[in-house]
Design a protein. Structure first.
Length: 185
């Protein structure tokens, strides 16, 4: 596995409204654990589309890993269309810009501004075709926007060699318990 797409819930879909909430740290730990396993398996590139939430948290994890022990790991950001951040709150635009300027590669699937939901599907298809695996923060019992990418990835997997890894809420609970155990001992 050389290239993995990372995606998942947007913050509001899981009740997160600030970047510094404790839940974000647990989500980033889950992403980090998965990425470290994938790096041992040959991961070279992480691709995201720059969505708020899981994708930008994943970018922060990639940057941490680059600085700590994986300087050759690369991050590509492939947005669905130009100016996806236009209607975001100022604080989110600043976060997005911080992530974008550090990326190793940035491009857009559509060279136009938002026109219709097909651009989002086109982005998902593009990312799946350009990667070997998907790491998705998604729990089928709590549907949200990741459902569309997950269903598309399952269809893609039927005809292609493609790996799907999920981070579910039970995985986060395990991480919370592990962190608490380690803090106690």
């Amino acid at each position: 596995m050389k290239i993995a797409v990372i995606s998942g819930y947007k913050p509001f879909e899981i009740g997160i409204f600030k970047r510094d909430e404790l839940a974000v740290e647990y989500i980033k730990l889950a992403i980090r654990k998965n990425l470290q396993i994938m790096l041992e398996e040959g991961l070279e590139w992480v691709l995201i589309s720059g969505q708020l939430g899981t994708e930008l948290w994943a970018a922060e994890v990639v940057y941490d890993l680059q600085m700590e022990e994986y300087p050759d790991l690369k991050l590509g950001i492939i947005t669905p269309f130009l100016g996806q951040e236009q209607n975001w709150k100022e604080i989110n635009k600043e976060w997005y810009e911080e992530i974008m300027i550090q990326a190793d590669f940035v491009d857009s699937v559509s060279k136009k501004a938002y026109e219709n939901p097909q651009q989002l599907r086109d982005k998902n298809v593009f990312l799946l075709k350009k990667s070997d695996a998907l790491l998705l923060f998604y729990d089928e019992e709590n549907p949200g926007s990741p459902k569309y990418l997950y269903e598309l990835a399952k269809m893609y997997q039927e005809k292609n060699t493609f790996e799907i890894r999920k981070i579910q809420f039970s995985d986060l609970q395990d991480i919370v318990e592990e962190v608490r155990f380690n803090e106690e001992y």
